[in-house]
Design a binder for this molecule. Sequence first.
Ligand code: FE2
Length: 390
Amino acid sequence: MSDTIHTECFDETPTRVVSGQGALESSRACLAGMGIDRALIVCGGNVGKLPEVEAFTRACEGCIAIEVFSGAEPDPADRNVLDGGAVGRDFAAQVVIGIGGGSSMDCAKAIAAEIGREGWITAQDRPGEPTQIEHDVPPIVCVPTTAGTGSEVNPFSVITFAQTQRKLVLNHEKLFPHCAILDPRLLVSAPKMVRVAAGLDALTHAVESYVSKRATADTRRRAGESIRGVAKYLKRVAEDAEDMQAQAGLQRAAMIASLSFAHTRLGIVHAMALPLSALFGVPHGVANAVLLPHGMRFNCETEPEHFAAIAAALGVKTEGMSTEEAAAAAPEAVEALAREVGAPATMSEVGVEAGAIDRMADDAMKSAHVQVNPREIAREDVVTIYRAAM
Ligand SMILES: [Fe+2]
């Protein structure tokens, strides 16, 4: 059933990473080792029915009591956090296990903080101010079912506050997961476009982190490793969800990108992708996929050496090319990869209307990602890029 399970620690995160086929089922022993006998699982509606999750719950019977809160919605809202927190407190949960994509894991992190103090989430609707957690938070375990967000090893939790319609990134060291469980068998049930979008989200994290104003030699090493991983495994994952070696490789690449961007933040592509999701419901990874080559072209001339290195990491044979030629090959390589895996190429293909470009540009310019983009961004640049991506 299970192959070898590996446990690793990284300098960039306090999260212990347990990986391998069957890692979820075998994590029961790890929980027992933490002295835990009451666990709250946080997930979306369908995840609780996955055979691997059922097997884990069965494996816990007799030693760990499990309560499931399946109310983590896509783009989780403060209401989900309040509800999950109440369930966790009533159950006296000692650990919160988030199983799912980024939304479920982010929701689980916030629920863990909410368990420690009722009403905590409501007080966090303060844009531009640091997240405050002065109370104890039960340990968080994250179990991704997509290879994209990297939320399993970072301290971020994106929550939408319904009353003010603000989508805020909470960020606090107490939101770092205690443990991340990377079990590639959990990735199999996602439809092809979900797998592709998640992988291209991970690639966008790695590319934007590589050239961020905050990048260091260490973050670039991680980002480069991630880019090579996506280039190597995304096509295989798109073609065959049962390719366990490729799924594990892509899952690792997504996690490694997160180790990098947790320190650097992202850039113009993520800033511009947010309004596509907010106004037209375009899935986050798809929005990034459409915009990434355009954002790279915008940044290329500012950071040619780094884009040349990105081209090489994507598999472009850059020997004999000038730095500028190699840099220009990077967005081409991303476009070719996106085409090969069947990702949409234009904003109109995914339902975005050109009439919204002005409003989207205003919204994109408010994103904190704009500050760390390597090239200064004017509102007119954002409009030009949106038009090019239509
Ligand atoms: Fe992202």
